[in-house]
Design a protein around this ligand. Sequence first.
Ligand SMILES: [Zn+2]
Length: 365
Amino acid sequence: MRRQPTPPIDGSGAPDAPPSDILPCPSCGSRRRSRLFAARDRLHRIDGAFHVTRCSCGLRATDPAPGDIGAYYPPTYYAFGPVGRPPFFGLGLRGLLRTCVLRYHYGYRYGPLGAKLPASGPLAVLLKLLTRPLRRRAALVFGPGPLPPAVEGGRALDVGCGSGVWLLKMQALGWQVEGVEVSPTACAAARAAGLTVHQAQLADARLPADSFDVVRIWHTLEHVPDPALVLREAARLLKPGGTLLIGVPNAGGWMARLFGSYWFDLDVPRHLWHFTERDLRRLVAGAGLQVVRVGYGFYGAYSLLWSLRYCWEERAGYTAEGRSAFERGRLWVRDARIAAPLRVLLRLAERSNHLELTAVLPERP
Ligand SMILES: [Zn+2]
């Protein structure tokens, strides 16, 4: 029997690769990409064969893009669950330290003590000095990623807010918050928590221009068909001088290179794009935003364990019991804080698993 030729991955009219399945590259517009390796949904194990491909501009993609992407987001998807109340710092030493960090390094008056702490004077100087080494840890209290400094009457938007965990935390810090989210399950959870959430793609939500001090696009950009459009819309929504916070898996990191199709954060086909720092910088600059900081985050240990799990499943086969035993073991590792040294290693490796980028919209002249 004659072997069928492998269809090329491009949108130039090959019968097995209809153009609609090959999204135009958000960076250069091309639909021509070369195959790197085969990939499939290893997390939820939903059927479908995909390839990770590379555009001539360097950006990596998942091809073909699934026709019904919603089918790959089951109700058990992690970001859609109900949310609890944001953490309260309490009144112990830990609570006091965190309240001081938020007060003197981020400008927040949070909790019963936050309002009472002096703004200036010797005590303020002393507390600021003492808590300086803890600055980054206060941000962690409110989840991973950079914590924006307080803005009087500040407004924050979370694009792809899931069930609204970050929005509730920001609200607790005094921000006026709104979210945009396409999943009805997640929207229902966010609304049940009292949040204002628009169920739409960002560009379809028709939010007013120049209306937010902070826009956050956290583990969302890699999920959308047109990241360039989302970034342009974010720039339109930001007030001049406003801040954009982006978090994506780092496709240029050594974990991505080491694990290939087993890399946990590849998350095919939910992740349509796989960004390196260079790709992300170019897209953000293309939307008229100025990159002020690039950092590498804290998801490394979690991803490493899951990537190893995927390798194991490939050899030993998948079983639901194995998965749940692994999940219990993973939680034990986390609770035992064995993961902490791994995180240190990942950070030392510099090109780590998770990429965080902060950009600002320049003031108009
Ligand atoms: Zn390209």
